[in-house]
Design a protein around this ligand. Structure first.
Ligand SMILES: *[C@@H]1O[C@H](CO)[C@@H](O)[C@H](O)[C@H]1NC(C)=O
Ligand SMILES: *[C@@H]1O[C@H](CO)[C@@H](O)[C@H](O)[C@H]1NC(C)=O
Ligand SMILES: *[C@@H]1O[C@H](CO)[C@@H](O)[C@H](O)[C@H]1NC(C)=O
Length: 267
């Protein structure tokens, strides 16, 4: 496949436009045909209960995920939030299902997007959301542990990504939280798989060269967690179709922004 045929997917469902939130960067690189698409959900995963990933939240009205990092702060992807105001975002917590009045809905007081976020390359694809009121933790709502600044993870280490990314088969949409198990991939190997698209130091990849298991549209902003419970990544982008060979998932590498998180949230 030549690089000209590669299509690049931001993992936020384009339906966000319907909510009046202009939060998807426009196609910016015509050569690569980079464009947001509604396509698939977590592929090759399985349903889980929120009690198995109690740090997972849904930014319901902008079709993204996020992670609870303290009783007052959520970490998500900057491309989810781009152009949105705090009063346009609602966080759904403590629910396995992303529909109706399930779980608890909380408003946002403040958005802090990473100052180095680059809409062309998706470098530093991180935003912090401050909640209007503190979360009362229980078995469905818990903060995830953060890695140390600069902490390294082993290539091949198994991690867990989760989200409510939509299905491409509307007859089979359950709204039930999905999880997929994916190994970390070394930076150079990931760029090779992704037809030389740039994987920067603020990104980390996970997936399989043969495809089949991956995050997909609507999963953006959600967690990639190690087996010892550390938040390794924030879902950012992949190639489409999400399940094809070479379609590694690319995540914001949380260990590169640990100090930035502390500076802006005190966490
Ligand atoms: C999730 O687990 C909790 C606690 O075990 C249970 O009460 C709840 O019904 C489960 N929810 C779903 C959607 O399975
Ligand atoms: C984003 O990255 C591209 C490619 O490295 C660079 O040319 C551009 O200046 C960057 N944009 C911003 C706003 O930093
Ligand atoms: C619906 O999804 C389940 C699990 O994700 C899968 O096993 C099943 O084959 C799907 N059914 C159809 C008709 O696509």
């Amino acid at each position: 496949m030549s690089v000209k045929l590669v299509t690049f997917l931001l993992l936020q469902a384009a339906a966000a436009f319907l909510a009046g939130v202009r939060s998807i960067p426009q196609p910016v690189n015509q050569l690569l045909g980079r464009q947001p698409r509604i396509n698939g959900r977590i592929v090759g995963g399985h349903s889980i209960n929120i009690t198995q990933a109690p740090y997972q939240v849904s930014l319901a009205n902008i079709h993204c995920g996020g992670s609870i990092i303290s009783n007052q702060w959520i970490l998500t992807a900057a491309h989810c939030i781009f152009g949105a105001q705090p009063n346009q975002i609602q966080v759904r917590l403590g629910s396995s299902e992303n529909v109706g009045l399930n779980g608890q809905l909380l408003g946002i007081k403040k958005i802090v997007s990473h100052e180095k976020y680059n809409q062309t390359t998706y470098d530093y694809d991180f935003s912090l959301l401050e909640l209007q009121e503190p979360i009362e933790f229980d078995e469905t709502k818990q903060a995830v542990k953060l890695p140390k600044q600069g902490q390294e993870f082993k290539d091949g280490e198994m991690c867990y990504a989760s989200g409510w990314g939509k299905t491409d088969n509307p007859l089979n949409f359950s709204g039930q939280l999905q999880q997929v198990q994916v190994p970390l991939i070394k930076q150079q190997e990931c760029e090779r798989l992704l037809y030389s698209l740039k994987v920067t130091d603020s990104m980390i990849c996970a997936g399989y060269p043969q495809g089949g298991k991956n995050v997909c549209s609507g999963d953006s902003g959600g967690p990639l967690v190690s087996s010892d419970g550390l938040l390794v990544g924030v879902v950012s982008w992949t190639l489409i179709p999400c399940n094809m060979p070479n379609s590694a998932g690319v995540y914001g590498r949380v260990s590169t922004v640990r100090e930035w998180i502390r500076e802006h949230s005190g966490i």
